[in-house]
Design a protein around this ligand. Structure first.
Ligand code: ADE
Length: 225
């Protein structure tokens, strides 16, 4: 799978995408991630990517030309399944969305800009708008990193324990059961006995019950879906 990210602040993306499971996925050649600086697609000497908005108003707006050039270049090299724009007014990212994209091949993500982008980009170039939640970030870079993280970790082969990604919270619309590790008794705070019992059937039942209990308590809305 391949991601091409278009941004005016590439530095914001480098660290989140160069560590841990994402780095491992890249090392295993299961994912390729390319970060493109939109300033490289400008033609003026100031490498300008935003400008004042028509009609007046505060804040700069991302210009269409560098975005168009970057997308055209990418599209001339391969076919893309989706051209995503990160925006607080997009469709909310869910586990279902992440599962869906984990089966795709080539995806472009255009990182939004704090004031907005020329609307023609959204009308003519973008195929999907995604929000990571009902709050406003200064730019779409962190949202792009969140989208990529949620997708990459479930690409088959990325997490070595195959079942582990499927046990995540939200995979079956349930919050995951609590987990514990050594020591089994920390200053009197004990791990539930059943997990030490060695009885796998009982453990599975306990986990399922806890999952339901925690979902009812923390996210009852998930049970209605
Ligand atoms: N850009 C700014 N806020 C955002 C959000 N909540 N989700 C995605 N992109 C954004």
């Amino acid at each position: 799978m391949r991601f091409d990210i278009l941004t005016i602040v590439p530095e914001l993306l480098e660290s989140p995408l160069n560590h841990s499971i994402i780095q491992r996925a890249k090392d295993k050649k299961l994912v390729e991630i390319y970060i493109h600086n939109l300033r490289d697609y400008t033609t003026d000497k100031y490498r300008q990517v935003d400008d004042y908005q028509y009609g007046g108003g505060s804040g700069m707006v991302m210009m269409i030309e560098p975005v168009f050039k970057a997308i055209e270049k990418l599209k001339s090299e391969r076919q893309y399944d989706e051209i995503i724009y990160t925006s607080p007014d997009g469709e909310k990212l869910t586990q279902k969305t992440a599962n869906y994209y984990s089966l795709k091949k080539n995806i472009v993500i255009l990182c939004g800009h704090y004031k907005g982008i020329d609307h023609r980009i959204r009308e003519y170039l973008i195929t999907k708008e995604i929000s990571i939640g009902d709050y406003v970030l200064t730019g779409g870079e962190l949202a792009a990193a969140v989208i990529i993280d949620s997708v990459v970790r479930i690409i088959p082969g990325v997490i070595s324990d195959e079942s582990s990604a499927l046990d995540d919270s939200f995979q079956d619309n349930l919050i995951a059961a609590p987990v514990y590790t050594r020591p089994s008794d920390f200053n009197g705070w004990k791990v539930p006995d059943v997990l030490l019992s060695g009885n796998q059937k009982k453990i599975d039942e306990w986990r399922f019950d806890k999952s339901i209990e925690r979902t009812k308590m923390l996210r009852p809305d998930l049970l209605d879906e």
